[in-house]
Design a protein around this ligand. Structure first.
Ligand SMILES: [Zn+2]
Length: 312
């Protein structure tokens, strides 16, 4: 059983209205058949408005929510997870769960009313930044390393009040520490690796990893090849340097996975789609104890969601 904290399948489905999530669809890295094949029980699905959308607004975000409802949740065996009771329902039945997340607050254009309405539509996680600066905050690829704007600070406050998960994965380092200063915020990293194991601006410093561990925030190890290893082919076993490093900092109970499937066109060998989680699981069982492998594959993610989601 697997929990995956980030994918961009909704973006691919937005770009191509003919893609069928519930069929064997060669153009998708994540689909219902692949989730079944790979043992993916819960999949976070991001609303990420790609750069080709010139003036993103809430209308675009709503189109993604519509795609989720019409083309994913039309399958009676997929449940939108909005609460702990949904989580338990998924765990105790043969159903699979989807968590709706926002990657990049660009489309909100500073509107907290729109954030509140998206929460009512089932949004449960906000990642305020993608790679660059927006009205709220700087992303990790902005070399000036700016923090939250005044409006961005209100976004944090509102997210905290709504009980949304707050995704640090694309934040600049300064913004990360500003968010970390907010008590009670459900801070986590949906798809980032360890900077000590691979120096990339999208990866987490040891200080950030220690902070997430202290706050009991999940860290989703990601499969973006250049976040795993600087050069050469990347193999599943290369992920273990990141896992081992986070464990060495005390993070064994907070490591999970966030593939970034459908957001990447380069892959780790043997880990080209959600169905291939089987290969990752096999390698984990070879290198770690069964207890550790289970923690990384789903238990840590599950425990994080149980701590963070509203009761009902
Ligand atoms: Zn991303």
């Amino acid at each position: 059983m697997i929990i995956d904290a980030h994918c961009d399948v909704l973006m691919k489905m937005y770009r191509d209205p003919l893609l069928d999530f519930n069929a064997a669809e060669p153009l998708l890295d994540v689909s219902y058949p692949l989730m079944k094949q790979g043992g993916v029980k819960i999949q976070f699905m991001a609303v990420y408005l790609p750069e080709e959308i010139k003036n993103p607004d809430v209308g675009h975000i709503l189109e993604y929510v519509d795609i989720l409802h019409r083309r994913v949740l039309c399958n009676p065996d997929i449940v939108l997870i909005q609460s702990r009771s949904d989580l338990q329902h998924v765990l105790t039945t043969g159903k699979r769960g989807v968590l709706l997340t926002l990657e990049g607050a660009e489309g909100l254009r500073g509107s907290l009313a729109q954030l509140r309405m998206l929460h009512r539509l089932g949004l449960r996680s906000v990642g305020p930044a993608w790679n660059f600066a927006n009205w709220a905050v700087d992303g990790a690829m902005e070399t000036r390393n700016g923090g939250f704007t005044l409006r961005g600070q209100q976004l944090i406050k509102e997210s905290n009040q709504l009980g949304l998960l707050f995704d640090a994965s694309h934040l600049s380092e300064k913004a990360f520490w500003e968010a970390a200063d907010v008590p009670g915020l459900h801070l986590f990293a949906s798809h980032s690796n360890a900077k000590s194991a691979c120096d990339h601006p999208r990866n987490l410093t040891d200080g950030q990893i220690r902070c997430l561990i202290e706050r009991k925030g999940m860290i989703g190890i990601t499969f973006v090849p250049w976040f795993v290893k600087k050069t050469g082919s990347v193999f599943i076993t290369d992920l273990f340097r990141h896992i081992d490093h986070i464990c060495s900092l005390g993070g064994e109970d907070f490591i999970g996975f966030g593939s970034d499937f459908d957001g990447i066109d380069n892959y780790i060998r043997g880990l080209e789609n959600a169905g291939m989680y089987v290969n990752l699981a096999n390698e984990l069982y070879k290198h770690y104890t069964p207890v550790q492998a289970q923690k990384f594959l789903w238990q840590n993610g599950y425990a994080f969601l149980e701590r963070s989601l509203p009761v009902s």
